[in-house]
Design a protein around this ligand. Structure first.
Ligand code: 6PG
Length: 233
């Protein structure tokens, strides 16, 4: 199924679209298992989402997870949990029992198993929505081009190593990403325009990029881009 690509002027327009989307898909009667992306891109988008009051989103039904985490403490500036806590979660009335962070401070071998069990127990391995970012090398979550085996892993979570910094990370696998009900890429900035072009058009080294292998079994991928990231499409 072809991806849905939407290009917006700026983060505010992306946030406005997402608020309307979330208000439609999150039911006031059921839990909604939402897996957050990390890095810098979501920071402003998450913050803008938390400021929008209409349409109303039943946030009390949302259960928060992370697609990946750096193996650092939850108060470390690199923490994806801290980023989402500061930009989104602390601004909403979210109960602690609805927040399942990856414990970056724990032993990675133990944590990947613990978090995988949580995903299986809470969602049966199927997130309602997974937000993903895109690295300039085509990685997504913390699945890097030199660790493509994580795409095919039958496990829910894996240990990854950032190829440049050597930073150890815990990530959900391609197996979990592609079992989700919906995947939305949030990508902004001109430095991502070339790799988006290659992924969408299947040109250049597209097949070597983990993000090219995001094909949810149930639906299509939605790309929400700002005009800089989408400038080559
Ligand atoms: C992470 C992310 C990673 C990120 C991309 C884009 O932990 O870094 O999960 O996949 O989404 O690297 O990062 P930026 O948004 O900072 O460009």
């Amino acid at each position: 199924m072809e991806p849905t690509i939407k290009i917006f002027e700026n983060d505010q327009e992306i946030a406005d679209y997402l608020v309307h989307y979330l208000s439609r898909v999150i039911s006031p009667d059921n839990f909604f298992h939402l897996c957050l992306s990390g890095g810098n891109t979501p920071k402003s988008i998450f913050s803008l989402i938390s400021n929008v009051k209409k349409p109303v989103i039943p946030w009390k039904n949302v259960v928060f997870y992370w697609g990946d985490e750096r193996c650092v403490s939850p108060d470390h500036p690199d923490s994806n949990y801290l980023m989402a806590k500061n930009s989104l979660i602390d601004k909403l009335d979210i109960r602690e029992e609805c927040i399942f962070r990856i414990m970056g401070e724990s032993n990675p071998e133990i944590e990947k198993e613990r978090y995988g069990k949580i995903i299986q127990l809470n969602t049966n391995g199927v997130f309602d929505l997974v937000f993903l970012g895109l690295g300039t090398d085509g990685h997504t979550a913390s699945i890097f081009p030199n660790q493509m085996r994580i795409l095919e892993s039958k496990k829910a979570c894996a240990i990854a190593i950032h190829p440049d910094t050597g930073q150890i990370r815990i990530t959900i696998t391609g197996n979990i990403i592609n079992k989700s009900n919906q995947v939305i890429f949030l990508v902004t900035g001109s430095e991502k325009s070339g790799i988006i072009y290659d992924i969408v058009n299947k040109t250049g080294d597209w097949i070597k990029y983990p993000a090219s292998h995001v094909h949810p079994e149930k639906g299509n991928v939605i790309w929400l881009l700002d005009k800089k990231a989408g400038s080559m499409l």
